[in-house]
Design a protein around this ligand. Structure first.
Ligand SMILES: [Zn+2]
Length: 354
C-alpha cells in the first residue's frame, strides 16, 4: 500500500530584499491590500532608530490607524499582552519589526488574534524571520511552535548591515545547521517512516551551501553579506513552509542548543550554539565535521566551548539530555541519547572541549 502524505503549503506572498526597501513598505501593503488597523510589534531600540521611517511610509500610502507595541522580551507573558492590544484595537495586520524577539512575539500574536503577519527583520540572526514557527519563553516547550506564515517579508539590507556583525555571523551559523538537520530528517524517514520532503530538504541544504561558498564575504559584514545571509534565512524559512514543520531546518544540533539554553547561566546566540552542535552531530553522522569546523572558523564563529563562553561540563550535560527535549523528533541521538562518557568523547574528538 502506498501512503500519500498530504498537507497544505502556505507560502509568503511577497518577499522584498534590498537596500532601503523600508521606505516601500506602504506601497507593498497597498499592493497586497493589507488592512488596518496595523499593530507594529517592535523593540525599544529599533523603535527609536527606525519607527519614524516605517510609520512614515505607511502614512504616505494612506494608512492612518497605526499602533505600536514594545516587546522587551519574547516571553509568553509579553506575547499575551500583545494579543490583548491586538484584540482591543481590532488589528487586521501585525508587523514584526526588529530582531528575533519582536518577530517571534508578532508572529504568535498574529496567529492568536487571527490577523495577517508581516515580517520586517532589522537583523539576520536566525531563520525565524521567515518561518511560520515562533519560539517563546514560558510556553511548555523550549522549541518553536506553529504560528503564522508571514504574508510578506521585507528585508532592508541597509538596516540589517548596520546591526552588530555578531548577529549576522550567527545567522550564517543557523544555516550551517541545516547540514545535520537534513541528515537527521532523512534518518527519521528511513528508521521511523517519517514523512520526508526531498524538495524542502534540498532547499534547506542549498541555504547552507550558499553560506559555505560565501563565508569569506559574510565574515566581513556589510550589505552584500547581509543580503547573502538574509536570502539563505528566507530560503530556510520557505523550506519549513513547504515541509509544514521545522524538520528541514532543525535537528539534533538544535536540540543540543535548546539544552544549552536550559542549562547555561549565560547562553550564547542561537546561531552560534546550533553551529557548534553541527560539528558534533556531523561527527556522529559520519560526515565531514572537519569541513564544518573549517567553514565556521572562516566565518568567525566560535568552534570551542571556551570561545562560546560555556563551561565544558555544561556542553557535555547538554549532549546527554538533548534527546529528551523533543522525544517525537527522532535524530542521530536516538531514543536513549548519549552517556556522559560518550558525550565527553564526542566533544573532545571534535575539539569542542580540550
Ligand atoms: Zn535555528
Amino acid at each position: 500500500m502506498v501512503s500519500v502524505h498530504e498537507h497544505v503549503i502556505e507560502l509568503p506572498k511577497r518577499i522584498v530584499i534590498g537596500s532601503g526597501v523600508l521606505k516601500s513598505v506602504g506601497k507593498i501593503f497597498r499592493d497586497l491590500q493589507l488592512g488596518e488597523p496595523i499593530l507594529i510589534v517592535t523593540g525599544p531600540h529599533v523603535v527609536k532608530m527606525y519607527a519614524d521611517l516605517l510609520i512614515g511610509s505607511l502614512e504616505e500610502a494612506g494608512y492612518r490607524e497605526i499602533y505600536t507595541f514594545i516587546a522587551r522580551d519574547a516571553t509568553r507573558a509579553t506575547a499575551e499582552n500583545a494579543v490583548t492590544a491586538a484584540k482591543e484595537y481590532k488589528v487586521k495586520t501585525i508587523i514584526g519589526f526588529g530582531g528575533g524577539k519582536s518577530i517571534d512575539v508578532a508572529k504568535y500574536t498574529a496567529h492568536v488574534a487571527n490577523s495577517a503577519f508581516v515580517s520586517i527583520p532589522t537583523a539576520a540572526s536566525h531563520d525565524g524571520i521567515a518561518s511560520p514557527f515562533a519560539s517563546l519563553k514560558g510556553i511548555s516547550r523550549p522549541y518553536s511552535v506553529k504560528a503564522r506564515t508571514p504574508i510578506a517579508i521585507i528585508a532592508d539590507t541597509k538596516i540589517i548591515a548596520k546591526a552588530p556583525r555578531r548577529l549576522l555571523i550567527a545567522g550564517a551559523g543557523d544555516l550551517i545547521a541545516k547540514l545535520t538537520a537534513v541528515r537527521d530528517w532523512r534518518l527519521a524517514h528511513r528508521l521511523k517512516g517519517e514523512y520526508y520532503g526531498e524538495y524542502a530538504a534540498s532547499l534547506a541544504l542549498l541555504s547552507a551551501k550558499h553560506v559555505i561558498k560565501y563565508a569569506s564575504i559574510i565574515r566581513h559584514g556589510g550589505e552584500e553579506a547581509a543580503r547573502i545571509v538574509v536570502e539563505g534565512l528566507i530560503s530556510s524559512g520557505v523550506a519549513m513552509c513547504i515541509a509544514g514543520s521545522t524538520r528541514p531546518a532543525s535537528g539534533s544540533e538544535h536540540l543540543f542548543s535548546h539544552a544549552l539554553d536550559m542549562l547555561a547561566p549565560k547562553p550564547a546566540l542561537h546561531g552560534e550554539q546550533v553551529a557548534l552542535g553541527t560539528i558534533m552531530m556531523m561527527y556522529l553522522h559520519g560526515g565531514n565535521w572537519r569541513a564544518v569546523r573549517a567553514t565556521m572558523k572562516r566565518l568567525g564563529l566560535p568552534v570551542t566551548a571556551k570561545e562560546l563562553g560555556i563551561e565544558d561540563s555544561i556542553i557535555i550535560k547538554a549532549l546527554t539530555i538533548a534527546h529528551k527535549i523533543r522525544p517525537e523528533r527522532y535524530t542521530i541521538l536516538g531514543e536513549s541519547g548519549l552517556t556522559w562518557e560518550a558525550a565527553e568523547k564526542l566533544a573532545r574528538i571534535t575539539k569542542v572541549i580540550e
